[in-house]
Design a protein around this ligand. Structure first.
Ligand code: GRF
Length: 238
């Protein structure tokens, strides 16, 4: 289905590493040929570029991030990319790229969209807003990318408990751990054609949170990653 993945990242790239590790462990996903062929960043000092290069993957900083439409289109074309993953990319994706990759471009957001998303909602600001709202559940969302921040069709979500003594740092860490489990599995499902990312996709999946068999029964922190991974696999298998 789709095998050549590009990752756009602005930061340290922990989601990129989670995806690389997952694809390596799974031997290239369902069809054995899914791989990250290109990493692009709007920041030349982004950790994600260093992570890519350390693994022999092309890491390209955008020369002019504010006017990146031509350059990004050229990079994606030159590397024959067929699936684009935003993992901590803080800029809007140029309109032409969103149009060229409609249905094949997704983002991971550290909250349960449509809540706590939109322009300026990234990093600590998201978790601060969740805590200020009194919400008892946050989570991770993987969604289709459009030319508006965080507004595309939701593909998958996974809930994360908010504890009374949480601060933005502790909540961010708990959500990030789930992102690292959810994003790779959704990308692999997309690459294999087991999931579609358009709003009309009949396969839109809202993953319900289950842990140890209890619906939203979150007693553990940190989660048992093995159980969580299994639950996500089961939910994605439909
Ligand atoms: C993640 O929390 C992601 O949800 C958000 O930006 C962060 C990226 O972190 N979009 P990393 O660079 O992947 O570690």
């Amino acid at each position: 289905m789709w095998s050549r993945i590009a990752v756009l990242a602005s930061g340290r790239g922990s989601n990129l590493v989670a995806l690389l590790d997952y694809l390596e462990r799974s031997g290239g996903g369902d069809n054995g040929d899914a791989r990250v062929a290109l990493v692009v960043s709007d920041r030349s000092d982004a950790g994600a570029l260093a992570e890519a290069r350390a693994r022999g993957i092309v890491g390209e900083p955008l020369a002019d991030p504010a006017r990146a439409e031509d350059e990004l289109s050229m990079l994606l074309s030159r590397h024959r990319v067929d699936l684009v993953v935003l993992a901590g990319y803080l800029r809007l994706v140029p309109r032409r790229v969103v149009a060229d990759f409609a249905g094949r471009i997704v983002n991971v957001h550290p909250a349960l969209l449509p809540s706590f998303g939109g322009p300026g909602m990234y990093g600590d600001r998201v978790h601060r807003a969740v805590l200020a709202s009194g919400a008892r559940i946050s989570g991770a969302t993987v969604h289709a990318v459009t030319d508006e921040y965080d507004r595309g069709a939701i593909l998958a979500q996974w809930p994360v408990p908010v504890f009374a003594d949480d601060d933005p740092r502790t909540l961010a860490a708990r959500v990030l751990r789930v992102e690292h489990l959810l994003l790779p599995r959704v990308v692999a499902a997309l690459a294999a054609g087991r999931m579609r990312s358009d709003a009309q996709g009949s396969q839109r999946r809202f993953l319900s949170g289950q842990h140890g068999g209890e619906h939203f029964g979150f007693a553990l922190d940190p989660y048992d990653a093995e159980t969580l991974s299994h639950n996500i696999d089961v939910a994605l298998a439909g």
